[in-house]
Design a protein around this ligand. Structure first.
Ligand SMILES: C[S@@+](CC[C@H](N)C(=O)[O-])C[C@H]1O[C@@H](n2cnc3c(N)ncnc32)[C@H](O)[C@@H]1O
Length: 328
């Protein structure tokens, strides 16, 4: 073998070996070994080969970069407050609490988790108020807050129609951020948060705040799910479900989704695993943490749903509850 140059990046061929060896070396790149044409040819070939290999990776990296734009908290809240459409929300199967078996199942669950009558409850991220109405119907005084003005307006409109058992008078809806509920310390007996933890940029901040606004011995109840476990089966079920939904309902799927940037900015855009939710409660200082498997409730909801909604729902649905300890 000849001497290898010291500086500069160039390609060199070692022809006295049984196999032609292509090497990239640091050197001047001036010396010709085995004929200048051959070196030129190999150089060009190498450049072409490198371009073919490197270009797609560069384009892919750029694509990845595009998807990984991360919003700050204000931008997340801003997009979140504009995204929810109350008309679409209430029409979507599973969002309105159906009278009969479903309402009874929710009442039974809350009856077990919330002991006491006429309590003051915060419904954090109340949406159009379905859970607030249910809890008011059980005799509690409910304050619903939501970040979306349109959802709050819809909840207020619905409250005006709830004349039975004075439900409409026992619900109070206002705009507000679930991570920073605008209430003084110890104002509530209970905080309920259904299907919102996954949508928060800082779930721990929310749990800390909810613990602050409840009294000693008060409770925080989180109802959430791991909506998408990332498995192939789940992905297929969701794709088939969406496709059928498009075929049968002509539903514009693109408009019903968060932007890629918003999804990338949320720590739990695909749902909150139960273990993680429990950790948030523990770290907020809550004790006696219990969880309830709510898959039976999901099954009740599924009974009246078209097939394309049922097939997409294979999530792990739960309630998790913790109590604020007495100060020593
Ligand atoms: C899936 S909906 C659930 C609504 C309601 N809890 C229910 O179960 O019907 C999520 C709701 O959370 C609200 N939301 C999202 N981020 C929020 C935040 N930071 N503070 C308050 N509400 C928020 C949305 O506006 C939306 O109404």
């Amino acid at each position: 073998m000849g001497n290898w140059p010291e500086e500069g990046l160039h390609t060199r061929v070692c022809t006295n070996a049984p196999i032609v060896i292509l090497r990239i070396e640091r050197g001047e790149g001036k010396r010709k070994i085995g004929g200048g044409k051959k070196v030129k040819f190999i150089r060009r070939g190498t450049i072409l080969l490198l371009s073919v290999l490197i270009l797609p990776s560069l384009l892919y990296a750029q694509e990845q970069q595009k998807e990984q734009v991360i919003y700050d908290h204000d931008r997340i809240k801003d997009e979140m407050s504009r995204r929810w459409d109350p008309e679409k929300y209430d029409k979507y199967p599973g969002h309105i609490v159906q009278q009969g078996e479903e309402a009874a199942a929710w009442q039974e669950l809350f009856g077990k988790l919330i002991t006491g009558k006429g309590l003051r409850i915060l419904d954090a991220g109340c949406g159009t108020g379905e859970i607030s109405f249910l809890l008011a119907g059980m005799g509690h005084e409910v304050y619903g807050i939501d970040i979306s003005p349109r959802m709050v307006d819809r909840a207020k409109e619905k409250a005006e129609t709830k004349t039975e058992s004075d439900i409409g008078r026992r619900v109070h809806f206002q705009l507000g951020d679930a991570e920073k509920p605008p209430f003084e310390e110890g104002f509530f007996d209970v905080v309920v948060c259904k299907h919102v933890l996954w949508a928060l940029p800082s779930p721990q901040t929310a749990l800390d705040s909810w613990t602050r606004v409840i009294k000693e011995n008060g409770k925080v109840i989180v109802i959430d799910a791991l909506w998408d476990d990332g498995s192939l089966v789940t992905s297929l079920r969701r794709k088939v479900g969406r496709w059928l939904m498009y075929v049968f309902e002509k539903r514009d799927l693109s408009s019903s989704h968060y932007s890629p940037a918003l999804q990338a900015s949320l720590p739990h855009a695909k749902g909150v695993p139960l273990g993680k939710a429990k950790t948030y409660l523990e770290q907020a200082g809550l004790c006696d943490i219990q969880d309830v498997d709510l898959n039976y409730l999901s099954d009740i909801q599924k009974k009246d749903m078209p097939f394309w909604y049922r097939i997409s729902r294979n999530w792990d649905y739960y309630a998790v509850c913790g109590q604020k300890p007495l100060e020593k």
